[in-house]
Design a protein around this ligand. Structure first.
Ligand code: CDP
Length: 204
């Protein structure tokens, strides 16, 4: 059983995906963390602006077990992730790891941008979690403990633009995804709606 959870930055997909994995007893993979690790490693190796060779080298030598770096969650690294995520060789280097993770029994939940479209097009259940840019910026501002709402909103919009317009695996809802707009939902309501959507698709 594979559950794909895609959507733009700060829409709530990480929280929803983790809750789904807990509810169903499945494995969970935050695929954004892989891109964040590549972005951070590319900056550390080659400085900024990130170069394509530095990003590809970082993706090819990625050790997904070193997942815990606190710096990964910063907006600077989020932006770096979306820059390296445009490079087809970087995406290709991360594909095998994601696909073999998805096949772990008894099931797996993966969250990202292209899980339902590219990584696991045969996923049994697909959710596209979204919310307005303003609501997402408020959530991210709270999460980051940042004082500057306008700056967070600008970052979110820049990332949306980069993720949606790239040629390889752009951010788009899969045709068979259930779209969940969480703008007006709290976490409990969003998780409840997500579980119901998966239950409706689940193989008995
Ligand atoms: O947590 P948030 O939604 O802000 O970001 P994330 O899921 O950690 O992803 C960071 C960046 O990695 C995104 O803006 C995408 O550019 C990229 N990404 C991707 O291209 N494909 C994925 N499956 C996951 C993330």
């Amino acid at each position: 059983m594979i559950i794909a959870v895609d959507g733009p930055a700060a829409a709530g997909k990480g929280t929803i995906a983790r809750a789904l994995a807990k509810h169903f007893g499945y494995h969970f993979l935050d695929t954004g963390a892989l891109y964040r690790m590549v972005g951070l490693a590319a900056i550390r190796a080659g400085g900024e602006p990130i170069t394509t060779p530095a990003a590809i080298a970082a993706a090819l030598s990625l050790d997904p077990s070193s997942f815990t770096d606190a710096e990964l969650r910063t907006e600077k690294v989020g932006a770096a992730a979306s820059i390296v995520a445009v490079i087809p060789e970087v995406r290709a280097a991360l594909l095998d790891f994601q696909r073999s993770f998805a096949r772990k029994p008894p099931g797996a939940v993966l969250d990202g941008r292209d899980i339902g479209t590219v990584v696991c097009p045969d996923a049994h259940a697909k959710l596209f979690v979204t919310a307005s840019a303003e609501v997402r910026a408020r959530r991210r501002q709270k999460e980051l403990g940042s004082a500057d709402y306008e700056a967070v909103l600008v970052d979110i919009k820049a990332r949306d633009e980069r993720d949606s317009k790239r040629a390889t695996a752009p951010l788009v809802a899969a045709k068979d995804a259930v779209v969940l707009d969480t703008s007006e939902m709290d976490i409990a309501a969003a998780v409840k709606a997500a579980i119901a959507a998966v239950e409706a698709r689940r193989v008995p």
